[in-house]
Design a protein around this ligand. Structure first.
Ligand SMILES: [Zn+2]
Length: 372
């Protein structure tokens, strides 16, 4: 993640902090120092309240790291390396090098996080009730951390994918159905339902005067919805294109256009072949690509007198790839450059054309065939 700085390395796992976390650090310390501690422990100086606020916030973040370490250490034991742990505005995330390849592994790795939080909550809760004097600032701080760990565990156990609960739900569906993609679809479906419930409840609550929880519920629902959709499409994407080369996807029945053709002739070709773009080739030289968009920008009355060479996208501005390029990488590059097509060339010769539409069609086909 960008805008992060490294805090430490635990068992070979870099622990990073995203800048957005600093905002939450400040808000939490402020709320604790000004709001929470003065109501549970009376008559202390503001230095004491602020120290307690800051220390408690730091301990809370240590709990978040422990939660993520819970996931990470089990993942490593199951053979999945962890790239890094990042703390950001909504908590933490442990980035795995690969997704679990079987449901039991996913179940273990996912459950380890909330379990760690529950153990911390129980431990600190027990210390508070058995060993500490209520009303002291240190006791109340420990009690607060205990409760927040419990809340963290319960929140993460909401079965909305990609929250831990949603992942646990997916691994159980996966365990019985034996199809990860289908299980993910079901888990994302449940997550979507829950996210809409959360947003709906949020909208109802904002009509209750003075109730700001509604906004949080709307925001939370929206975040879960987005995260669920994007992790599903990422998964489909990865499943589809792993190990696939451009040569397998590109179209090779190329219709090329000469740079000396007029736009009138080009229009005929668009109508006749129904392609969205043509490579512009003269002899053995590839000049670039001409698409409907290039043409649309040009006034109609000039079509009979204007040559394709005037409007084409030149080769150096076109995305050029090789038949042996990795399809997944090409797709990511296309998305990043916001381009829909690439020319496939080998040793300076045009050998094919790859469009985003080709790739989407392949992805859809792949999904249908997989589910059968
Ligand atoms: Zn977790």
């Amino acid at each position: 993640m960008n805008n992060s700085f490294r805090l430490t390395v635990i068992r070979g796992i870099p622990v990073e902090i995203h800048l957005s976390w600093l905002l939450i650090f400040f808000l939490f310390s402020l709320t604790l120092a000004q709001g929470y501690f003065p109501t549970v422990v009376a008559n202390q100086t503001s230095t004491v309240y602020w120290t307690a606020g800051i220390v408690t916030t730091l301990v809370l973040f240590a709990s978040v790291i422990l939660h993520e370490l819970g996931h990470s250490l089990v993942a490593i034991r199951e053979g999945i390396p962890i790239k890094r742990i990042t703390l950001f505005i909504f908590g933490g995330v442990a980035q795995m090098e690969a997704e679990p390849t079987n449901p039991t592994t996913e179940l273990k790795v996912t459950a380890a996080g909330p379990l760690t939080s529950i153990v911390i909550a129980l431990l600190l809760g027990a210390i508070y009730y058995l060993a500490l004097v209520p009303g002291l600032i240190i006791s109340e701080s420990i009690f607060f951390v205990a409760r927040l760990n419990l809340i963290m565990a319960l929140f993460n156990l909401i079965p909305a994918f990609p929250l831990d609960g949603g992942r646990i739900f997916r691994s159980i569906v996966w365990l019985f159905g034996r199809n990860m993609l289908k299980a993910t679809k079901i888990a994302v479906g449940l997550g979507t339902v829950l996210s809409f419930l959360s947003m709906g409840l949020g909208f109802l609550l904002i009509f209750v005067p003075g109730n700001l929880w509604g906004l949080w519920l709307i925001f939370l629902g929206w975040m879960i919805n987005q995260a669920g959709q994007s992790s599903y499409s990422q998964l489909v994407f990865k499943e589809t294109f792993t190990g696939i080369k451009v040569a397998e996807l590109m179209s090779t029945n190329l219709v090329t256009i000469s740079p000396d053709d007029t736009l009138e002739m080009l229009a005929e070709s668009f109508l006749h072949h129904k392609f969205g773009a043509f490579p512009v080739v003269y002899g053995s030289t590839t000049h670039g690509l001409v698409s409907l968009q290039n043409m649309k920008a040009y006034p109609r009355e000039k079509w009979p007198t204007t040559k394709v060479s005037r409007i084409l996208t030149p080769l150096k501005e076109t995305m050029v790839i090789e038949p042996s390029s990795d399809a997944a990488e090409v797709m990511l590059k296309m998305a990043a450059q916001n381009t829909g097509r690439a020319l496939v060339m080998q040793n300076g010769n045009l050998v094919g054309l790859l469009s985003r539409t080709d790739m989407m069609r392949f992805m859809q086909m792949h999904m249908v065939l997989r589910e059968e």
